[in-house]
Design a protein around this ligand. Structure first.
Ligand code: DGI
Ligand code: FE
Ligand code: FE
Length: 190
């Protein structure tokens, strides 16, 4: 499928705001790929498709995951915001014939992050934080961090996310704290 074909599908599936976010993340992921030595075309594709299921009804996300035999843990059942990443990864493989496992994995982990992330996974995770359309309090700090280095930026992004979730009383997915712990240990020279 061509990029234009993907864009037409995204336009049908997403609100205008979310579609523009997807384009902005694709551009930011491309820029970070060029800066940090990943493949810019794969980064663009991952950015473009990462939120493809974000505006889908919950039922559709659940059905998509079920079809792939994915069993949700209690934490996942109670955190519908995590579903679009898992369902999105299933959808791009099955419906869009994306065969690049690295791209599929980047989409799968773009919300929670995980331990042992690939370069492409980190780039998508961070591009989602620093894309041009983002304007949350703290975004300038994240934009500075992403210029300083991927590890610095991952440290910032994960501690920002975990703090935010804990302040809101939300459950933290094990993949998120495993990602955080791995980086915290690295930063302490362990
Ligand atoms: O889809 P986007 O809005 O562009 O961004 P995203 O895919 O990073 O989703 C962010 C949302 O996901 C935000 O509301 C926080 C939530 N989230 C991220 N990690 C966790 C989480 N929610 C829970 N409960 N646990 C997590 O570990
Ligand atoms: Fe997302
Ligand atoms: Fe996003």
């Amino acid at each position: 499928m061509t990029l234009n074909a993907y864009k037409r599908i995204l336009m049908e599936r997403l609100t205008e705001k979310r579609y523009l976010h997807s384009l902005a993340v694709a551009d930011e992921a491309t820029r970070l790929a060029e800066k940090y030595g990943a493949d810019p075309d794969r980064a663009y594709l991952a950015g473009l498709l990462h939120d493809i299921m974000k505006d889908a009804p919950k039922e559709e996300m659940l059905q998509t995951m079920e079809r792939f035999g994915i069993i949700l843990t209690d934490i996942e059942k109670n955190a519908p915001k995590l579903w679009h990443a898992v369902a999105g990864a299933c959808y791009v493989r099955q419906q869009l014939d994306v065969e690049d496992e690295g791209v599929i994995r980047a989409i799968r982990y773009h919300t929670t992050a995980r331990k042992n992330m690939s370069l492409l996974e980190k780039i998508l995770y961070l591009a989602d934080f620093t894309s041009a359309d983002r304007d949350y309090p703290g975004v300038e700090n994240m934009r500075k961090a992403v210029e300083q280095g991927l590890e610095t930026a991952m440290t910032e992004a994960l501690s920002f996310t975990i703090t935010d979730l804990a302040e809101g009383g939300l459950p933290i997915h094990p993949d998120t704290f495993e990602a955080y712990n791995q980086i915290a240990l690295q930063n302490r020279g362990a």
